[in-house]
Design a protein around this ligand. Sequence first.
Ligand code: SF4
Ligand code: SF4
Length: 127
Amino acid sequence: MDLTNSDRDLTAEVEELSGENIFSCYQCGKCSAGCPFTEEMDQLPNQVLRKVQMGDGSVLDSNTPWTCASCLSCEVDCPKGNDVPAIMEAMREISLRKNLDRVDLNELETKDLPEIALVSNLRKKTG
Ligand code: SF4
Ligand code: SF4
């Protein structure tokens, strides 16, 4: 598979944060078949992994990482032992970082706010 640099950025970032080899997923779909929360997800877990493999940044707009309850069912079912919840966690972290980059801190009166207030507000808006 030929990936552009920006494609590699997303794929490599998810791999670095999750500690997982994204390309070990061969799309058998067992993670999605056993996931108890797919009805609430706009994309199935295996579809999310495929988009991460392809470096498709649009996957960061999916609600799937935010719907994942880290129940570990998919990790148990995966024949490759992929830690899908860790991948979802990595995606949540990347999404939060990107949204933080979009905030114009000059427009906010942050100097009197404790840092936790800014983080909480950000999580509320992006969760
Ligand atoms: S850990 Fe997340 S993706 Fe995996 S089965 Fe549970 S809810 Fe679904
Ligand atoms: S069960 Fe594992 S190998 Fe199969 S699609 Fe899910 S993550 Fe990929």
